[in-house]
Design a protein around this ligand. Structure first.
Ligand SMILES: Nc1ncnc2c1ncn2[C@@H]1O[C@H](COP(=O)(O)OP(=O)(O)OP(=O)(O)O)[C@@H](O)[C@H]1O
Length: 249
């Protein structure tokens, strides 16, 4: 299915007890776009990603992938297989394995266990894909290094590489530069910009505004589970309401 926006969210609401974490939210992200979602703590950013990936079920609303695939009717693994890739804030690579083996694992057949996979030889084409990904994430020459000894930034790039090998149509990144040095943040901005593709949408939650300014085509400001403002970074920064609830703090 290739028609329609990459991600279509309409009338979405979820309550936790009396708290409306997401409140009648509508959002549309096009293919080829890099979207940033910003907003104060508790605005509902992570909850939105949890709903899109099937981790949290909303009370009402619609979430469609590529204009037609009903994500709310699917399980978490089905959503991942349909092309929604998510990177959590903390890196979660296999620390005891080499960088190259981490990438190889990302190419494993869905459902096959890691142990079965370790004894399985990848084909030449898959080995070549893993090698090309090393280059793409700026880690050529580091394939034999144990992932556990990588810097925080390197672990994040490796995990992004692992996600990319699954060819996501929607890539969700939760605070990718949290805890990074300035130079790591710069490299991450370049990497994210290089991931833009005509058939892929990238959604980034981030509090680092200079990073957001560099990467985002459109910025959505969430506040109390709703969209407060949406538009270019310049428009968002100039908005008095955004300064009130978030940027001016
Ligand atoms: N499983 C849950 N049970 C109860 N309350 C929850 C649950 N998940 C989130 N919340 C609440 O919902 C609100 C939205 O949380 P969410 O984590 O989505 O915000 P956020 O915008 O991602 O914030 P942050 O920038 O701090 O990560 C918060 O008040 C949070 O405490």
């Amino acid at each position: 299915m290739t028609d329609g926006p990459a991600l279509y969210v309409d009338g979405l609401s979820v309550r936790f007890g009396s708290l409306r974490a997401i409140d009648n939210l509508s959002l549309l992200v096009n293919r080829g776009e890099i979207r940033a979602i910003i907003g104060p703590n508790g605005a509902g950013k992570t909850t939105l990603l949890d709903i899109v990936t099937g981790k949290t079920r909303p009370d009402t609303g619609t979430v469609l992938l590529d204009g037609g695939l009903d994500l709310l009717a699917m399980s978490e693994p089905q959503i991942a297989l349909a092309g929604v890739g998510r990177k959590f804030q903390k890196p979660s690579v296999f620390e005891a394995l080499s960088v190259r083996d981490n990438l190889r694992l990302a190419l494993r057949a869905p459902g096959r266990s890691i142990f079965a996979e370790m004894g399985h030889r990848l084909g030449a084409a898959e080995e070549a894909r893993a090698e090309a990904m090393l280059e793409r994430i700026g880690m050529a020459g580091m394939g034999a290094r144990r992932a556990g000894v990588l810097s925080h930034g390197e672990k994040q790039w490796l995990e992004i590489g692992m996600l990319l090998l699954q060819e996501p149509r929607v890539l969700l990144l939760d605070e990718p530069v949290a805890g990074m040095s300035d130079s790591e943040t710069d490299r991450t901005a370049e990497l994210v910009l290089s991931l833009r593709a005509p058939d892929r949408a990238i959604v980034v939650i981030e509090h680092d505004m200079s990073f957001v300014e560099r990467i985002a085509d459109v910025v959505t400001v969430l506040h109390e589970g709703r969209t407060l403002v949406e538009g270019s970074m310049a428009r968002v920064q100039a908005d008095a309401r955004v300064r009130d609830v978030y940027l001016g703090r």
